[in-house]
Design a protein around this ligand. Structure first.
Ligand SMILES: C[S@@+](CC[C@H](N)C(=O)[O-])C[C@H]1O[C@@H](n2cnc3c(N)ncnc32)[C@H](O)[C@@H]1O
Length: 246
């Protein structure tokens, strides 16, 4: 994958869960999505399910879960992890391989910045039954200034602010896609990263944005991080959990 191209999740799949582990912060956002989405016992579609970590946990808690993702390698990881507890299909949010009204809930966690929203959001609406609900978990703009790696990569904040929709704009897009009501819950999650872990994540380009920066900026930022990172760096994850009801 050359720097500057769209992220290739096939390439990231093998390392994905090691570089982005299901830590306390991951659990925290799962709890919010679970509660706000009212997911217990529901038929849930995880759109852009990736390696299936989230889908498998929803299934373990008693939801009936399907996952869909375009990346064959991410899906292979998901199959290994989830086994028969999650139904998995290859496909894109813009053309979901499911019939109308098949699900009670849909979850999109860190996916909405990667899809063609004017096509994908009506598709999500289409596969939801009456009374259905979509939960979109994404980062709000403040996140990209506060994330621990922003100071090493001067254009990272701007690149991500351009990629990720603002919550208010996303709410309008969801209404246009046919959702009757939309509300947003903001979650701040204090977290911290140890130096070795941080460097490993940077070297593995654990967030897709690191593939979108110019190569010289990436290498200079990594070198600065190697010199300057403290043993432990506190930071905060700034989530928007957008709940859209049919
Ligand atoms: C940042 S990962 C998030 C994975 C998972 N939802 C999670 O929270 O760990 C983004 C995922 O979206 C998938 N993706 C990219 N484009 C997509 C599209 N058009 N429709 C559905 N999923 C897509 C990628 O293959 C990748 O698995």
């Amino acid at each position: 994958m050359a720097t500057g191209e769209a992220p290739d999740f096939d390439r990231l799949a093998g390392e994905y869960d090691r570089l982005r582990p299901a830590d306390a912060a991951w659990q925290g956002v799962l709890e919010t999505i679970w509660a706000e989405g009212d997911l217990a016992g529901r038929r849930v579609l995880d759109v852009g399910c990736g390696t299936g970590l989230f889908a498998a946990e929803l299934a373990r808690r008693g939801a009936k879960v399907w996952g869909v993702d375009p990346s064959a390698e991410m899906l292979a990881e998901a199959r290994r992890r989830a086994g028969p507890s999650v139904g998995l299909k290859q496909g894109r949010a813009e053309a979901l391989p499911f019939r109308d009204g098949w699900f009670e809930r849909a979850v999109l966690r860190l996916v909405v910045h990667l899809v063609d929203r004017p096509r994908a959001l009506p598709e999500v609406r289409r596969v939801l039954a009456p009374g259905g609900r979509a939960v979109v978990a994404t980062f709000r703009p403040e996140h990209f200034e506060r994330i621990w790696l922003a100071r090493f990569f001067p254009s990272l904040t701007e690149v991500d602010r351009a990629r990720f929709p603002e919550p208010a704009a996303l709410a309008v897009e969801l209404e246009r896609a046919g959702f009757a009501s939309v509300r947003t819950v903001e979650v701040s999650q204090p977290s911290s990263v140890a130096r070795d872990e941080a460097l490993e994540r940077l070297r593995g380009r654990y967030i897709s944005t690191l593939w979108l920066l110019p190569e010289d900026e990436y290498l200079a930022g990594l070198a600065r991080a190697e010199l300057e990172l403290a043993p432990e760096t506190p930071y905060s994850l700034e989530w928007s959990i957008v709940v859209a009801s049919v």
